[in-house]
Design a protein around this ligand. Sequence first.
Ligand code: 6GU
Length: 233
Amino acid sequence: MRIDVVSIFPSYFDGLKLSLLGKAQDAGILELAAHDLRGWTHDRHRTVDDTPYGGGAGMVMKPEPWGLAIDELAAASDRPTIIFPSPAGELFTQKTARELAGLEHLIFGCGRYEGIDERVFEYAASLGQVRLISLGDYVLNGGEVATMAMIEAIGRLIPGVVGNPESLVEESHEDGLLEYPSYTKPSVWRDRQVPDVLLSGNHAVIAAWRREQQFERTRSRRPDLLPADDAEG
Ligand code: 6GU
């Protein structure tokens, strides 16, 4: 998979060279490049923003540098998916991550200030599939941190990135429920005992207990994830 990111703060993405995604890049499974939007400006001040038509607070990102950036990066593949992180977008979920992990080429456009000139989204749709995606109902200062979160969620689903693919299966959200609790040695720590069932060696009973824990936690912490009938109590 190829991932291009456009940002006025490309060094944010240096962090993605670490750990699992760094290894995936070394192995050639993932090709990740962060680009400075100002590289597509042509004035002395490398201007990327201007005041909003119609008035109002803040600044809006100018369309011209975005147009040039998208032209250049989209030309590298057939029909890339162009993602604009935005609190006004569709919600990002594990399902979104799975969909995006199956694609060849993603381009993330990280907006700052009050947003990007709306015509950029329309234009981008002529070069690829455009998605505006939000991490949740709160506001970040720009798309960079949201993009990093999405790349991490997507990247670990690319075949070969996570060493043991089984570890992807038993996680929160993969089966629509929260994860069961985990314990390791010692079996007693500061007077707290690991649940007996986990020391029983009875794998069927352990599996049933874990499933029940998943439902219990989901009911108490995230009832919105359960069908309406199961969410009571
Ligand atoms: Cl994707 N971007 C910004 N700027 N704020 C957000 C967000 C994205 N998701 C939640 N808040």
